[in-house]
Design a protein around this ligand. Structure first.
Ligand code: PLP
Length: 393
């Protein structure tokens, strides 16, 4: 039986693939250090777990409204008001099974065949695939280290055609950790307004910032930009709740309604128990978030200093998320590899350090290192990478 065309070119997420390979080596007894993880290594805070348990005891284990329980929507609305001074109504929020599915559903309701979505590279691996699954066309725009991997207004303007429907802005970014300034967002926003392009603002890493800069959403910059933006967010990264699968989208009621209708025929609703957990996350104090942020910040400082000390590696210092995205082209060449992908495979085979090749993020000279693991492991990984390069050069 031949599978549908839409899945024939679909590959598994490269981040999940490397994590699986590292796990398999570990299971064989190898001492593998996995820096591929896209999830915080902390436990979900206890009060959230307790709230979810209570919801089960209270029998809150049935279908919920497709777009999420009203109490959670209200908590999200309050959070947006408090953090960003943005005012949303209940009909402008949908709770989804993770931010990933919010994006998936959004592209499904937004795109007709061949509609274009501008995707700045390096990009999060699922954006282009999800756009293609909605029969749209991802228009990948390459950004460079010199521009801190950020889309410039000129690049955006040049990429727009009459088919352009949306642009994705992910700040802080996975995989680069870069953040757009208010002025940069303003300039991008003006172009989007001029051409009536929807802004998909993926803000999932907003709570993980390690500089004095504050997170700014493009939706905050004017009333018109508020209307032009769909914000995507969730509790996976902020509250270490990746397995709970709770995300959300905020924006124009018309779009949210279509997404909710689609959810009613696909997921029915996000898991009831997880929604009560997320409700506790937003109604609780921010202290757990701050503790995690502070641990990540410490790791970033140390790992960054170890990594930039290695010959052939160059790295822009990230401001947020929990990844480094160094350029290792020269390091690979020093070891006799033309392709960074091959260097990454050899590093895993010989030194048992798992990194994610940048090719999956549209940036083949780079690798992604996640620092969602202990400082000891990070130091050992940096030593092994250094040793690998010195051994081969
Ligand atoms: N957006 C970005 C940029 C991500 O890195 C991720 C997770 O890796 C997601 C969205 C999806 O998060 P979740 O589906 O766990 O809420």
């Amino acid at each position: 039986m031949e599978l549908a065309q839409r899945v024939q070119s679909l590959t598994p997420s490269s981040t999940l693939a490397i994590t699986a390979k590292a796990k398999a080596l570990k299971a064989e007894g190898h001492d593998v250090i996995g820096l591929g993880a896209g999830e915080p290594d902390f436990n979900t805070p206890n009060h959230i777990i307790e709230a979810a348990k209570r919801s089960m005891d209270e029998g809150l284990t049935k279908y919920t409204p497709s777009g999420g329980i009203p109490a959670l929507k209200s908590a999200i609305i309050d959070k947006m008001q408090k953090d960003q001074n943005l005012t949303y109504n209940q009909d402008q929020v949908i709770v989804t099974t993770g931010a990933k599915h919010a994006l998936f559903t959004l592209f499904q309701v937004l795109l007709n065949k061949k509609d274009e979505v501008i995707v700045p590279a390096p990009y999060w691996v699922s954006y282009p695939e999800q756009i293609k699954l909605a029969e749209g066309n991802p228009i990948v725009v390459q950004t460079k280290e010199e521009q801190q991997f950020k889309l410039t207004p000129e690049q955006l303007e040049q990429s727009i055609t009459e088919r352009t429907k949306a642009v994705i802005i992910n700040s802080p970014s996975n995989p680069t950790g870069m953040m757009y300034s208010k002025e940069e967002l303003q300039a991008i926003g003006e172009i989007c307004l001029k051409h009536d392009i929807l802004i998909v603002s993926d803000e999932i890493y907003e709570k993980l910032i390690y500089t004095e800069e504050k997170h700014i959403s493009i939706a905050q910059l004017s009333d018109s930009l508020f209307n032009q933006t769909i914000i995507i967010n969730g509790v996976s990264k902020s509250h270490s709740m990746t397995g709970w699968r709770i995300g959300y989208a905020l924006g124009q009621a018309k779009i949210i309604k279509a997404m909710t209708n689609l959810a009613s025929h696909s997921t029915s609703n996000p898991t009831s128990i997880s929604q009560y957990g997320a409700l506790a996350a937003y109604n609780g104090s921010d202290q757990d978030i701050e503790e995690m942020r502070s641990a990540f910040s410490d790791r970033l400082e140390k790992l960054y200093s170890w990594i930039v000390d290695i010959p052939g590696i160059h790295c822009e210092k990230p401001k947020g998320a929990f990844y480094l995205f160094p350029n290792v082209k020269q390091a690979a060449a020093l070891c006799g590899y033309d392709q960074v992908d091959d260097w990454v495979t050899a590093l895993l085979d010989e030194e048992k350090v798992a990194l994610v090749p940048g090719s999956g993020f549209g940036s083949p000279e780079n690798v992604r290192l996640s620092y969602a693991t202990s400082l000891d492991q990070l130091e050992e990984a940096a030593n092994r990478i250094k040793h690998f390069i010195e051994k081969h050069k």
